[in-house]
Design a protein. Structure first.
Length: 255
């Protein structure tokens, strides 16, 4: 508090004289958020069937195309399910996730094992970003080792499709854009950024919990803990004590 008003300390910055100076922002200009606790899944073996996360709370239906069964337990957002079958009803896909448990596709973010795109070599690290499902999977060669939900670019700022390579990584930095436009944004301390398509990158997003839905200005938003894991796993390896590093690294396939 200062003179009866509340301020938040947001940074401790070094001075040129090696002293420390703090950064404060008035409470009126701060919006407090709780970062998502969702991570995704680490995989000790190759998935034998596709799997998915529930995007919105839903009760399964006994048959594809039918109303929800009130006797079935509610499946809550971010609940993980396996997929054992698929049926089309009225141009909509329904997925079997348990005995007499069917869920419509738009309630699910689905991950399935994909083949290595050329020219990714056997055993080489690569990342798949599925824009339709809003999911990401990390591979070593042909084996999936990690998967999570993401938030890619909104329709006005589509995340570009293609095969890229990470060209630079930044541990933490501010991000801003769309200056002098209604959708101007400025975000302090965006963590674990991995640039792969010019100024488009994978990075942690602490300011929303909308993973599984498009939300960004073109980047691929990740749950913070998932971003931290990917940052450590991907190439190039950032030297200890360095905030940024630029070199050709892990493949990123966006489709």
């Amino acid at each position: 508090e200062y003179e009866g008003e509340q301020w938040y300390q947001i940074n401790v910055r070094p001075r040129q004289d090696d002293g420390r100076t703090d950064e404060y922002v008035h409470a009126d200009y701060v919006h407090l958020v709780r970062p998502s606790a969702f991570v995704g899944v680490y995989l000790s073996s190759q998935p034998s069937v596709p799997f998915a996360w529930v995007l919105r709370n839903v009760r399964p239906s006994p048959l594809p195309g039918e109303a929800a069964d009130p006797n079935q337990p509610m499946l809550y957002r971010y609940h993980q399910v396996n997929i054992y079958g698929i049926e089309e009803v009225g141009n909509r896909a329904w997925y079997l996730v348990g005995v007499n448990q069917w869920i419509r596709h738009d309630y699910l973010g689905i991950v399935d094992v994909s083949s290595r795109p050329e020219p990714v070599a056997p055993g080489e690290k690569w990342i798949e970003v599925d824009l339709y499902e809003q999911t990401l999977a990390a591979y070593e060669g042909d084996r999936m080792i990690f998967a999570t939900l993401v938030s890619s670019g909104l329709p006005r700022w589509e995340t570009r499709r293609g095969l890229f390579r990470i060209w630079g990584k930044i541990y933490i930095a501010k991000m801003s854009g769309r200056e002098f436009k209604p959708d101007y944004y400025f975000l302090e301390d965006v963590p674990w950024t991995m640039y792969f398509d010019d100024d488009i990158g994978l990075h942690g997003a602490y300011w929303h919990d909308s993973f599984g839905y498009r939300h960004s200005h073109g980047c691929v938003n990740l749950p913070p803990i998932a971003a931290q894991w990917l940052y450590a796993w991907t190439d190039p390896v950032v030297p200890e004590g360095t905030n940024g590093y630029w070199a050709t690294g892990t493949w990123v396939w966006v489709h």
